[in-house]
Design a protein around this ligand. Structure first.
Ligand code: HBI
Ligand code: FE
Length: 313
């Protein structure tokens, strides 16, 4: 069905939709995922030192204000090992299976296995290439706020590390997923433009439209693939940042469907293992054209000053 149930489903609609006029008006406090307590399905559920550490990093994110540098985290030896393990595994697969834009941007960052990158440094690189910036956040943000942030070229990123027992798995976004999956792609101008368009479409959108955009985001930014000649290459962060998902894609484990932004999107799930379907783009520019056409059907609710602020004609 068009409106499937899922963990990130927005709560009950409110009467008036507030359109933020700048990134300062986008609330980064409404986190839907895990908060101070983790549930049983989180690998860190029984590890009180982990929970404390995660909460400490979340508290720093909550205290961050736009315009201040993002606090640097001194990652522990365990955390560095987790980062390094994932990075080394992915290095064997990415050259063959990541799209050319990802591989080009990857070189800008020069990640090392013995050092977890700092969000502030990454944000600086992104700003220089596409104008995107990073804002720290304490977990899975409310979809409206997350998407609204993209309109203002702001990517909300977690900063805590997944649990050391499961380097290959996290039930929530973590710094490995953000930094390997999302950050390099946001340095590509065509991709950054596509992402911003999803964000712009979310400004003033009603709950139903937000949910549709959440799925469009899921099937492109998280689990999109792109044609390169006869090959299919990954650009979605959920594929790029997961060894298992990359191998699943490489083995042809999922159906490929062209992205059609006007159609209801399939049910999405965070928990059913590997994806059964990936959306295919011919290019990011082609995807952006579709999104512009979709935006044109929604724009009437965006005040003129906001339209100007986000660069909408
Ligand atoms: N919050 N921190 C964070 N990271 C995401 O990738 C994210 C989010 N909130 C919502 C979300 N993604 C999606 O469900 C869409 O609403 C975009
Ligand atoms: Fe993600």
């Amino acid at each position: 069905s068009a409106v499937a149930a899922g963990p990130a489903r927005p709560p009950t609609p409110k009467a008036a939709v507030k359109v933020p006029r700048s990134i300062d008006e986008v609330d980064n406090g409404k986190v839907l995922g895990f908060s101070s307590e983790l549930s049983e399905d989180h690998p860190g559920f029984q590890d009180s030192a982990y929970k404390q550490r995660r909460m400490h990093i979340c508290d720093l994110a909550r205290a961050h204000r736009i315009g201040e540098p993002i606090p640097r985290i001194e990652y522990t030896a365990d955390e560095v090992v987790v980062w390094g393990t994932v990075l080394q595994q992915l290095r064997d697969l990415l050259p063959q299976h990541a799209c050319k834009e990802f591989l080009r941007c990857w070189q800008l960052f020069d990640f090392r296995a013995d050092e977890v990158p700092q969000l502030e440094d990454l944000s600086q690189v992104l700003q220089a290439h596409t104008g995107f910036r990073i804002r720290p956040v304490a977990g899975l943000l409310h979809p409206r706020d997350f998407l609204n942030g993209l309109a203002f070229k702001t990517f909300h990123s977690t900063q805590y590390m997944r649990h050391v027992s499961r380097p290959d798995y996290t039930p929530e976004p973590d710094v490995v997923h953000e930094v390997i999956g999302h950050v390099p792609m946001l340095a590509d101008p065509d991709f950054a433009n596509l992402v911003q368009l999803i964000g712009i479409a979310s400004l003033g959108a009603d709950e139903k439209q937000i949910w549709h955009l959440t799925k469009l985001y899921w099937y492109s930014v998280e689990f999109g693939v792109v044609r390169e000649g006869d090959d299919i290459k990954a650009f979605g962060a959920g594929i790029l940042s997961s060894f298992g998902e990359l191998r699943h894609m490489a083995a042809g484990g999922a159906r490929l469907e062209p992205l059609d932004v006007f159609q209801p999107q399939p049910k999405m799930s965070y928990k059913d293992g590997y994806q059964q379907q990936y959306a295919v783009l011919d290019s990011f520019a082609a995807g952006a054209e579709q999104l512009k056409a979709y935006c044109a059907t929604l724009h009437h609710t965006i005040p003129l000053d906001v339209r100007i602020a986000v660069g909408l004609q």
